[in-house]
Write a protein that binds this ligand. Structure first.
Ligand code: GTP
Ligand code: MG
Length: 136
């Protein structure tokens, strides 16, 4: 079984889409949400989380956006959740994401793509320590 760190980004919270997105995750057979918190991310947390993108042209606007309002941070556990939540989310660019995926149904702008989900077991363990230290 796997764990994934999922963030419902500030656009999802502002647009009132968190319930809809959480429902899609909850309905997957055998998956459990084992932690959930609404919080506004600070610069240090975002630098740790998105450090791999530091120096890229989209990095500064990305972290500014991610700090622009609260996010919902979740831990999802279950069979193949890492691959599975990424599949529910769809590709990074919402216009390339198929209808039926979260980004495909609700997104237009690459930066405002509604959801983050860990992309590997190594990323998941690293991100879980950042967002839920001592709890996971
Ligand atoms: P996350 O789950 O947020 O990590 O998205 P991802 O794994 O699908 O994409 P990635 O980790 O490569 O990039 C992180 C975030 O940076 C994306 O979700 C986008 O919001 C933003 N981003 C990535 N690539 C681009 C880009 O080429 N242009 C812009 N404007 N934003 C980008
Ligand atoms: Mg990523």
């Amino acid at each position: 079984t796997q764990r994934s760190l999922v963030l419902l980004k500030p656009d999802a919270v502002r647009r009132g889409l968190t319930g809809e997105i959480i429902s899609r995750i909850e309905r997957k057979a055998g998956w459990q949400i084992t932690a959930l918190e609404l919080r506004t991310l600070d610069a240090e947390t975002l630098e740790q989380h998105y450090g791999e993108h530091k120096g890229k042209p989209f990095y500064e606007p990305l972290v500014e956006f991610m700090a622009s309002g609260p996010v919902v941070a979740l831990v999802v556990e279950g069979e193949r959740v890492i691959e599975g939540v990424r599949a529910l989310a769809g590709p990074t660019d919402p216009i390339a994401a198929a209808p039926g995926s979260i980004r495909g149904d609700y997104g237009v702008i690459v930066r405002e793509n509604l959801i983050h989900a860990s992309d590997s077991e190594e990323s998941a363990e690293r991100e879980l320590k950042i967002f839920f230290p001592g709890r996971v």
